[in-house]
Design a protein around this ligand. Structure first.
Ligand SMILES: Cc1ncc(COP(=O)(O)O)c(C=O)c1O
Length: 267
């Protein structure tokens, strides 16, 4: 995919599972490219024992309210490059170098005090939230281990993880129902399972019009955007809720073809 116009690579630590950092850094070194990592999901996660935030030219964390650590809205850029850090500090404050002088391009990327205060309390709770997420992930794994056609994403136990994402991969050939059928059933029972990254960036504007055939280059993305479903996690979820979700899933899968047929009827 690398052409003479390529200047860098963005790796995404999707669902908090770290990229193959060494392999991407190796490609980048050979082609003299920058590497930045989207670590939006990866606070508290490690690669070969080293925390997300310390790889490549820079890494970005998201502190959005949906993340395990949050400041309502916000985020951080982490880098070991002092010159890049200096420029980004200018950029987040309109490029102001002093009271009356703008010396660089800029935008308003400052964090407000209320968000910062939320961040401090969120930081104090991070280990406790992670422990709850881990316990819930173990419970989901136990509850769903005998469910055919459904695979629960596992984390590398040799690393540190924040365990925030409970990701199911549904194989419709085995279950007789699609991921979308299962989501409809769960929503009707008030379980807000999500289709993260559906339908995929390449299927949204402006990329859809610029690259109408992008899907042909992205067979894995296409496959996963129709098969993945994220289940609820966090401190509002416990053993009882997970058992209930598992009961709904098993009931749906136990009548897979019938559920699919009924949900396919228009109206
Ligand atoms: C992988 C990934 N990258 C980036 C973002 C954007 O983060 P933010 O909403 O803090 O801008 C998200 C948000 O959900 C995300 O999931």
């Amino acid at each position: 995919m690398i052409t003479p116009r390529t200047t860098g690579i963005i790796g995404v630590h999707t669902f908090g599972r770290m990229c193959d950092v060494d392999a991407l850094m190796d490609v980048a070194r050979r082609h003299h490219l920058q590497v930045i990592f989207d670590a939006a999901h990866a606070i508290g996660c490690t690669y070969k024992g080293q925390y997300a935030g310390s790889f490549g030219d820079a890494e970005m964390l998201s502190f959005h309210a949906t993340k395990v650590f949050n400041t309502f809205e916000g985020g951080a850029i982490l880098t070991n490059n002092d010159e890049l850090a200096r420029k980004m500090r200018l950029m987040k404050n309109f490029g102001f170098g002093g009271y009356d002088e703008v010396i660089y391009i800029g935008t308003n990327g400052k964090m407000n005090e209320v968000s910062a205060a939320m961040g401090i309390t969120s930081l104090e709770s991070l280990d406790a939230f992670t422990a709850v997420n881990k316990r819930n992930h173990e419970t989901y794994t136990r509850e769903l281990e005998k469910t055919h056609g459904v695979t629960l994403m596992q984390y590398d136990e040799a690393e540190r993880n924040n365990y925030q994402y409970i990701v199911l991969e549904i194989d419709p050939e085995v279950t007789g129902v699609t991921r979308d059928d299962i989501q409809k059933v769960l929503w009707s029972e008030n379980v807000l399972a999500r289709r993260y990254f559906y339908p995929g960036c390449h299927r949204m504007e402006p990329y859809r019009s610029y690259y109408p055939h992008a899907g042909l280059l992205l067979p894995e993305t296409e496959r996963l955007t129709t098969r993945l479903l994220q289940l609820p996690n966090g401190t509002a979820v416990g053993e009882e809720e997970i058992a209930q979700v598992a009961r709904i899933l098993n009931l749906t899968l136990g009548h897979g073809e019938e559920v699919h047929k009924r949900l396919s009827v228009p109206g």
